[in-house]
Design a protein around this ligand. Structure first.
Ligand code: AMP
Ligand code: MN
Ligand code: MN
Ligand code: MN
Length: 280
């Protein structure tokens, strides 16, 4: 019997905080024998076109994807969007809003760092981030390059880590609103790695808010968690997804890529549901 085709639906590239370019990801996917991938960078799908162009010759399918940061009852949470229409003006606008939000927040943290006596400016930080959305990593890199710390970890421990002295929380859009937006753009909304931070009450809340499914297969989910989320999805007729969450930072991640994957029937079902949203 031929092995079941597999896809990795959770991958980061240099378009956000991954180490590999979209082209390298596609080459790796071909090498590892995957039939499809979704590039799910944080709050951007800038890597999609490059990945798809490169994948055409290799016969790899690239599904539109993105890992959206949103607010769930005051907490930051990650939602995976798949299959949405790439050029949809509402989606383009949403991604722009996410970028602006990060810019404003960076300015707040820079101002906090200035108050603490560090001479760092937004220009220096944007020189570091280039076309990417600004993250705390870029601020930390500038602090190190200006000699205020010997390494980034030190900057996080003292100033930029969650609730540290210069930290500023981003106010993200509510998950219920983001789910609706993804639907209007012809895509599906999946809660990323629920086992990391969600309890049953949250799961029920999100099902009521019309989430389309849960990421059942993720490196942070042991078999018990995989089984739990698969059961929840099956009981509620929701989509099951999964992937390696590859960032390419550690050697161990290279074995997860092409190993933590899902079967084609899950992907096919997901694309069918996207088609239903596109008809409305
Ligand atoms: P942001 O998206 O701007 O909130 O930044 C998140 C990124 O900052 C994460 O992907 C990590 O790479 C990094 N980060 C956050 N907290 C820490 C920490 N305590 N130590 C090192 N890196 C961190
Ligand atoms: Mn990441
Ligand atoms: Mn995540
Ligand atoms: Mn991720």
């Amino acid at each position: 019997m031929a092995p079941v085709p597999k896809a990795d639906l959770h991958i980061h590239t240099t378009a956000s905080d991954g180490r590999s370019t979209p082209e390298t990801i596609i080459d790796k996917a071909a090498e590892k024998g995957l039939y499809a991938v979704a590039i799910t960078d944080h709050d951007t799908y800038a890597g999609f076109h490059r990945a798809r162009a490169h994948a055409a010759d290799l016969g790899i399918e690239v599904i539109p994807g993105m890992e959206i940061t949103c607010d769930y009852r005051g907490r930051e949470c990650h939602m995976l969007a798949y299959g949405f229409d790439i050029g949809n003006p509402e989606m383009v606008n949403f991604v722009q809003r996410q970028k602006i939000r990060r810019n404003k927040r960076a300015q707040k943290m820079i101002s906090n760092l200035n108050k603490l006596g560090f001479d760092i400016s937004l220009d220096e930080v944007t020189a570091e981030s280039g076309t990417l959305n600004i993250s705390r990593n870029h601020l930390a890199a500038v602090m190190v390059s200006k000699g205020y710390a010997t390494h980034k970890k030190m900057v996080f421990n003292k100033y930029l880590g969650d609730h540290a002295t210069a930290y500023f929380k981003t106010e993200y859009e509510q998950i219920e609103d983001v789910i609706k937006l993804v639907h209007r753009c012809g895509g599906v909304a999946i809660l990323a790695h629920p086992g990391l931070y969600f309890v049953d009450e949250d799961i029920n809340f999100l099902i009521k808010a019309n989430i389309d499914g849960f990421e059942c297969i993720h490196p942070s989910h042991n078999f018990a968690l995989q089984k739990k989320y698969i059961q929840i999805c099956d009981d509620n007729r929701l989509l099951k997804t999964g992937g390696s969450d590859f960032h390419g930072h550690q050697n161990s991640q290279h074995t997860l890529f092409g190993t933590v994957a899902v079967e084609k029937s899950w992907v096919d079902r997901m694309l069918e549901v996207c088609q239903q949203f596109k008809k409305h």
